[in-house]
Write a protein that binds this ligand. Sequence first.
Ligand code: 6R9
Length: 657
Amino acid sequence: MAHLAEQTVAPAERVHPVPADFAQKTNLDPAGYLAMRQEAETDPVAFWAREGQRLDWIEPYTKVKDTSFDLQDFRIKWYEDGVLNVAANCLDRHLKTRGDKPAIIWEADDPSKSRTLTYRDLFEEVCRFANVLKDLGVERGDRVTLYLPMIPEAAVAMLACARIGAIHSVVFAGFSPEALAGRLIDCGSQVIVTADGGVRGGKSVPLKANVDRACEQEGVDVHSVLVIRRTDDPVKMVEGRDHWLEDCAALVSAECPAVPMGAEDPLFILYTSGSTGKPKGVLHTSGGYLVWAAMTHEYAFDLKEDDVYWCSADIGWVTGHSYIVYGPLANGATTVMFEGVPTWPDASRFWQVVDKHQVSTFYTAPTAIRALMREGDAPVQATSRKSLRLLGTVGEPINPEAWEWYYRTVGEARCPIVDTWWQTETGGTMMMPIPGTTDQKPGAASHPFFGVTPALLDAEGRELTGAAEGNLVIRDSWPGQMRTVYGDHQRFIDTYFSAYPGNYFTGDGCRRDADGFYWITGRVDDVLNVSGHRMGTAEIESALVAHPAVAEAAVVGYPHDLKGQGIYAYVTLKAGQEGDDDLRRGLIRHVRAEIGPIAILDKVQFAPGLPKTRSGKIMRRILRKIAENSIDSLGDTSTLADPGVVDELIAHRCSDI
Ligand code: 6R9
C-alpha cells in the first residue's frame, strides 16, 4: 500500500522512514538522541562542558558558557578561559593513531589526476607552510588573505594560519579583483596566498593576475604575495613582494610549534553578503567554533572511522571551512577535496569520483542536484555508487522533486538525506534530520540540533506557537556562533540583534508543521540566494549604478528552475541613453566584472521610473511581484508617489532572455 500512497501524495507531504539497514548501524538511536536533546536544553553547561572534551586543550576551561543576547548586557563567550590550538586539534593529536590514514584525498579537475595526503603528510606541509608565513613576517593576530583554487594547499594554508595564530580570510577565487581588493582593505590584510592560476572544467582562471590587479587598487597595502604553482601559466612576479611557495618552503624547517590560543581568539574572517551595503567580515573564534564544527560533522553525517567523506563545496564558502577542513579534520576523518565541476568532462563526474575514491558520504548543494537531474538518470546509472551510505545537502531549500531524485536515483533509497540548514554566521549546521534516527520529509530542514533554540516570530515580534510560519530567530547562543563583524561590532548588533531584541535574527522565513518539523522558506530580507551563493541586492545595485549609463537600479530575486533564484534588475538610464540589447549585455558584463562570475543578471528591464513611496523608498515588494509574474497580487499600491509607474513596468516586463 505504501506504493499507492506515494503516487497520490504530493512529494512535499511524504514522510520517508529511516532506511532500516541504516538505522541498525547508526551512531545515535532515537532514545539517545532524545536524551541528548533534553540534556542540552535542561543543563546546557554540563552538556557543553562534556562536548568541549572532544578537543585537546592546552589549558582546560573552567568557564563553559557566558552568553546573553540582551543588548544591555550583551556577550557571547564559550570555553572562555580554555587554551588550545585549532591546527594541533586537526593534526598533531591524530598522528599517533591515524598518522598513515588519508586526511585529504584530492581529486583534480583532470579526471586522471588525484593525490592523497595522510595525516602525517598534512602535518608536515602545514608546519612548513607556517614557517614560510613567519618568514614573511606574519604574526599572531595578523590577517592573511587566501585567494586559491581547490587544491590541498588551500587547507594547508588555513591550518598554517591557525597554527601560528594568524587570522585567515579566504576569498572565493571566483570573485573579481575589485571584490578581492575590498576584502583586503576591510581587514587590513598585508599578505595574500594565491596560485598562478586555477583550473575548473578544463579552463584556467588567472588568479595571480587578479591579485596583481587587486593590489593596484587604492587602499590595498600588501607587502607579500605567496604564489603556489598550479597551472604553470606565465605570471608576473613583483620583485620583493611576490614569492613562490616552493622556493620559500625549501628554506624553512619542518618543525613548527603550535601557538597556544585562547578559546575566544579569532580563527578566521569570512565575508558574506547582507541586505545592506558592503559584505560583512564574519568573525569566528577558536574553541567554540571547533567544538561546533566537529560535533555537528560527527552527528549530521553519522561519522564512522572508515568513512570517505566528500563535501563538494568550495573552500571560499563557510561550508568548505567547516565541512571540508575543520570539522572532518578535527574528527580525524578522510575528507575529499574536488577541484572540478559536476558536469565536466560530463554529467557522470560526481559519481565517477564517488566510485574512484569509494566515497561513503556525499554532501552537495541543491543547485548541483537540479543541474544533474536535468541531464537525466543515465549519467548516474552509468556508475556504481555502491560505496555511498549517506547523502547531504546545504545552501538553499531543496525542492521535493530534487530531493526525491537525489534519494532514489543517486542513493537508490538506501541513503538517508541530511538537509542541513545553517549560515556563515552560525559556523555549522543548526537544523537537520539526524540520519538513521529521525524521519525524513523531503524539503524540510527538520529539527534543531542539540542546544539550538529556534522560535518563529511575527512581524511585531510575537512568538508563534504550534504549526505556524514566521521569522526564524534563535533564542540563545550556541558555541559556533559568529562573535562580531570584523572591525564593526555595532553592525553585528544592528544586523542580527535589533530586529527582535533578545534574539538572533537569521534573516530567514520558516514554517513549522503540525509534526514539529521546520521548513525554511527562504530569505525575508534583501539577500538573494543564486545557485546557493549569497548576494545582497544592494551590492548588485551599487555595481549597476557605477556604470556610466545608469541613473538608478533596483534588483530583486525571482524563482528560477535551476538556480533557485534568478536576478532581475530594473534599471533607469541617464538622460540620452538608449536601453537596447547592446547596453543590456554591457550591463551584464559590467556587473560580472565588478563582483565576479557568480553575479550574472538574468533579466534587465529598462524602466523610465521605479515605484517609490512619497518619502522616496523603492517598493521592492511590487518589483518582486512583477518579476515573478504575480501581477494579480500586487497588493496595496496607494502609497506610491506615482502609481502610473507600475503599469509601465508591467507593460514592459522582461520575458526570458
Ligand atoms: C551554509 C550556507 C545562508 C543562507 C540561509 C538560508 C540558505 C542554507 C539551507 C538554506 C534552506 C537549507 N540555506 N542552507 N535554506 N535549507 N538546508 O549556505 O551559508 O552562504 O551564509 O547562506 O542560505 O537562506 O540563511 P550561507
